[in-house]
Design a protein around this ligand. Structure first.
Ligand code: FES
Ligand code: FES
Length: 210
């Protein structure tokens, strides 16, 4: 679920129950049931609950929600909480436009189920800075023209501000690799790299780090 480099993110999971077993005994044939699904004689179907209650910690606020269990964190942020800064690009973990932080680590919000994140600390771009008090990374993106249309920008900034927590180096190659899961269709990569390169060491010095 992490928005890391493209090569590391796709895992192919084979469900052993679906693989034909050569020595498996064939199930005994039984007479077809006369019950038609949905009729009174049919066995009761066990359906998932329509909604599940969950309490999320979003941008420092406690948000009690009742969600369809299939709701992704991205849809929850955008549709339930009206936090529309996180963008939906691919909805498949391929573009990074939806990147947010969970407990300080970046994730693709389109790949997370919201009900699985109860009690975790979720930060979206709205929790990073405000229009009147930009986070230094947001200000650097403005100063270095790190965007054109802006669709990928929230994800780029959330990714960039999580690099220290992942121990990513300051050199351009390390930053490029670590942020290769954040695509920019406008090709603003040189400005993005300049912004990230300027701000990360400066923030660390300001915080008394290395
Ligand atoms: S919308 Fe989540 S990775 Fe593209
Ligand atoms: S600024 Fe347009 S997609 Fe990145």
């Amino acid at each position: 679920m992490r928005a890391t480099s493209r090569g590391a993110r796709t895992a192919l999971v084979v469900d052993a129950r679906r693989v034909p077993q050569p020595h498996a005994k064939a199930p005994a044939m039984s007479a077809p049931s006369a019950a038609v699904p949905g009729t009174r004689d049919a066995p009761a179907l066990s359906m998932p609950p329509a909604t599940v209650d969950v309490v999320l910690q979003v941008n420092g606020e406690r948000r009690a929600l009742s969600l369809d269990p299939r709701t992704t964190l991205l849809d929850c942020l955008r549709d339930q909480l009206q936090l529309t800064g996180s963008k939906k690009g691919c909805d498949h973990g391929q573009c990074g436009a939806c990147t947010v932080h969970v407990d300080g680590r970046r994730v693709n919000a389109c790949l997370c189920l919201a009900i699985a994140l109860g009690g975790r600390k979720i930060t979206s771009i709205e929790g990073l800075g405000t229009p009147d008090a930009l986070h230094p990374m947001q200000a650097a993106f403005v100063a270095h023209d790190g965007y054109q249309c802006g669709y990928c920008t929230a994800g780029q900034i959330m990714s960039a501000t999580a690099l220290d927590a992942e121990g990513v180096g300051d050199d351009a190659a390390s930053v490029r690799e670590a942020m290769s899961g954040n695509l920019c269709r406008c090709g603003a990569y040189s400005g993005i790299l300049a912004a990230v390169g300027e701000v990360r060491p400066a923030c660390r010095v300001a915080k008394g780090g290395q």
